[in-house]
Design a protein around this ligand. Structure first.
Ligand code: NAD
Length: 421
């Protein structure tokens, strides 16, 4: 049975079909463990009333072996049709004419938000003293920026043509080494910014979170990253006038009526449950994630900044082995939940891969479809395991009480913990 999206709302049948891509490398190990855990949690939470029907679709090496195509149309169509799905990591085919299967999937479904919730679990050893202060959800723009793939290699006729255009038609004179430069283009649009920032504000409102921070380098890249900041603020004030309070409004009151009045207005907005929309320069933000992470709950940022920020935050709470993610089109509801790490070819087939990233992505998926009770069972079962020092080797080796277990065993422990609740 299919999920439907009408009037901005998902309708989820009790027996719901979820397409999944097993993934390459460790995907074949972490996907079955994840499915077994999800099945146990759904069964425990809802008995016979609800269940997931897993529907395998193919991408990556498995797809190539079966169909001769790395990303068959049937796979894209299944994600379109069933709205929410989950995937393991995929190898980027070398010389296959595809930049990356992940990027192809995101583009085909216009999954413009890369969503990365970051929280710490008790028992996980962190490089910072107070990792419990990190509890952020990153909205990384997924379709624009210097990542859009518009670039020309040094020495090619295209690079020479682009250089001529810049110097002769646009009057550009500040290219330091013109003849030996490669070039990249950084498109950042108002529409692209607005749909991302809108999704971040709606998320903060729906989850009762206090702030949305626009992270950018607008001090240097004034029209692209600076545009992101200004368009983001303008959207908040235009579309959520009674539900947000922006830093620009705070500053305006400060200029017109003094600092005391501005603080008063801010306090009133916070007490009224308005989301405070603020901004910070990306480099300062990276510092603040270590010094004052408690000041941030929802982050909205551009593609490249978001890439760095997601991995830095993941490292603070235990690394990519435990960081979940999803790519979502918040307008039409299409969502692909995924392990954020790669195929880990160095450990594939050894029963040592950590399934936590995919497990927590499945938690995000359950929350996305409103099956919060099942989601909560998985997170608390995982935390229980970590507190007892039970984890795969990548995490257990740092735990004072660490007892490394294999991928399959870790899944069994989580299921036991779910049943013993
Ligand atoms: P990787 O994430 O596969 O591995 C980096 C390191 O982290 C390795 O030492 C690996 O053993 C370890 N690691 C990764 N996942 C782990 C897990 N679940 N448990 C324990 N340890 C884990 O990155 P890579 O080596 O740069 O890339 C390998 C392949 O994966 C490439 O083909 C790349 O294109 C692809 N990739 C895919 C995705 C994706 O599908 N989302 C993301 C990144 C890389």
């Amino acid at each position: 049975m299919k999920i439907q999206k009408n009037d901005n709302k998902l309708t989820v049948p009790d027996i719901v079909t979820i397409p999944y891509i097993e993934g390459d490398g460790v995907g074949a190990e972490i996907m079955p463990v994840t499915q077994a855990v999800v099945n146990a949690a759904v069964g425990m939470a809802y008995g016979q009333k609800r269940a997931i029907e897993w529907k395998e679709v193919f991408a990556g090496e498995k797809a190539f072996k079966i169909t001769g195509n790395y990303l068959p149309d049937e796979t894209l169509n299944a994600f379109r049709e069933y709205i929410a799905g989950i995937k393991g990591p995929l190898t980027t085919p070398v010389g296959g004419g595809i930049r990356s299967l992940n990027v192809a999937l995101r583009q085909a479904l216009d999954l413009y938000v890369c969503l990365r919730p970051v929280r710490w679990f008790r028992g996980i050893v962190s490089p910072v003293r107070e990792p419990q202060k990190v509890n952020m959800t990153v909205f990384r723009e997924n379709t624009e920026d210097i990542y859009a793939g518009i670039e020309w290699r040094q020495g090619t006729p295209e690079a020479a043509k682009f250089l001529r255009f810049l110097t002769e038609e646009m009057g550009v004179s500040q290219i330091r080494f013109p003849e030996t430069s490669s070039f990249g283009v950084k498109p950042v649009s108002r529409e692209g910014t607005e749909r991302l920032v809108r999704a971040a504000i709606e998320y903060a409102l729906a989850h009762g979170l206090p702030d949305v921070t626009l992270v950018h380098k607008g001090n240097i890249m004034k029209f692209t990253e600076g545009g992101f900041k200004l368009w983001g603020y303008a959207l908040a004030e235009r579309e959520f006038p009674d539900r947000t309070f922006t830093w620009l409004q705070y500053e305006k009151i400060g200029r017109e009526r003094g600092a005391e009045e501005a603080s008063k207005a801010l306090n009133e907005a916070v007490s009224a449950g308005r989301v405070v929309v603020k901004d910070v320069i990306a480099d300062a933000f990276l510092q603040n994630t270590l010094l004052t992470p408690e000041n941030y709950s929802v982050i909205a940022t551009l593609n490249l900044n978001g890439d760095y920020i997601s991995d830095q935050l993941a490292a603070i709470v235990g690394g990519i082995g435990i960081a979940p993610g999803a790519n979502i089109n918040c307008s039409d509801g299409h969502a692909v939940f995924e392990a954020t790490h790669g195929t880990a070819p160095d450990i594939a087939g050894k029963d040592t891969a950590n399934p936590s990233s995919l497990l927590l992505s499945s938690v995000m998926m359950l929350e996305y479809i409103g099956w919060n009770e099942a989601a909560a069972l998985i997170t608390s079962a995982m935390e229980q395991a970590f507190v007892a020092g039970c984890a795969t080797r990548d995490l257990a080796r740092f735990m004072p009480n660490g007892k490394p277990v294999g991928t399959v065993r870790f899944g069994e422990v989580i299921i036991d913990n779910i049943y013993l609740k």
